[in-house]
Design a protein around this ligand. Structure first.
Ligand code: ATP
Ligand code: MG
Length: 236
């Protein structure tokens, strides 16, 4: 058999954007060990939009922290674009985080004293992108989320939905492999929340990979696939 020929004939398969292999996270608290995640196997492929659901305390944020390189597993492995993050030191983790992950949080986490434009450009500043290009790219993503007319405003001058759009623009500006959102609609009324979900749908249609961590059943119903956690395990 001509193996070489077979290799050339098969399509190029890219690794999952994020993969957890028997990933566990324990918190040792004196005599007590809290098993926040008990060995989960998860794969998210490029271009997928997936929700991670489960009751309070089931391990959703713990899993999100692992996927986002904010934390490393106690045992097992987490791979981002095929690279095992377990072995990276704090510096390397920070770099991977900045290059590969766009975070969106419930409370938006915007810089209160910085303009909308500067908020969105911040990840590019950390990445060492020159000022002119920072401004161009931040402007471009703000146009994309419908906030071209708010660039000079401060966060407090915006509505909740607009603040979350700024946060989405900031998450997108580095063209990350993965957009990771923790309760992205949790601080918004239902209608505004649905507008943010519509924006996620647009980003998904454009080929972005999204993981939405939530206990909102509306979001679970909205994503093509849901991963359900219960007591630190994936529920089949
Ligand atoms: N830093 C920590 N130290 C000790 N225990 C922790 C820590 N973080 C989380 N835990 C525990 O791990 C378990 C999972 O917590 P986690 O925050 O992942 O849950 P969650 O699904 O995000 O819940 P919620 O919906 O309330 O946000 C809980 O029992 C929690 O008490
Ligand atoms: Mg949580």
């Amino acid at each position: 058999m001509d193996v070489t020929l077979n290799i050339h004939q098969s399509p190029i398969i890219s690794p999952p954007v994020v993969e957890a292999r028997k990933a566990a996270r324990y918190y040792v608290m004196g005599d007590v060990t809290v098993m926040a995640l008990r060995g989960v196997d998860i794969k998210v492929e490029k271009g997928e939009m997936v929700s991670v659901m489960g009751p309070s305390g089931s391990g959703k944020s713990t899993l999100m922290n692992l996927m986002g390189c904010l934390d490393t597993p106690s045992s097992g492995a987490v791979l981002l674009d095929g690279t095992d993050i377990s072995e990276l030191d704090e510096r390397a983790l920070a770099r991977v985080r900045n290059e590969k992950i766009g975070f969106i949080f419930q409370q938006f986490n915007l810089l209160a004293r910085s303009s909308v434009l500067d908020n969105v450009a911040t990840p590019l500043l950390y990445a060492g992108v020159p000022a002119k290009i920072r401004k161009e790219r931040a402007t471009h993503v703000l146009e994309r989320v419908g906030l071209a007319d708010r660039m000079k405003h401060l966060p407090r001058e915006l509505s909740g939905g607009q603040k979350q759009r700024v946060a989405v623009a900031r998450a997108l500006v580095n063209e990350p492999s993965l957009l990771l959102a923790d309760e992205p609609t949790g601080a918004l009324d239902q209608e505004t929340g649905h507008q943010i979900l519509d924006l996620f749908e647009e980003l998904h249609d454009a080929g972005n990979t999204l993981v939405l961590v939530t206990h909102d059943p509306d979001i679970g119903a909205f994503t093509p696939r849901s991963i359900h956690l219960l007591d630190g395990m994936v529920k089949e």
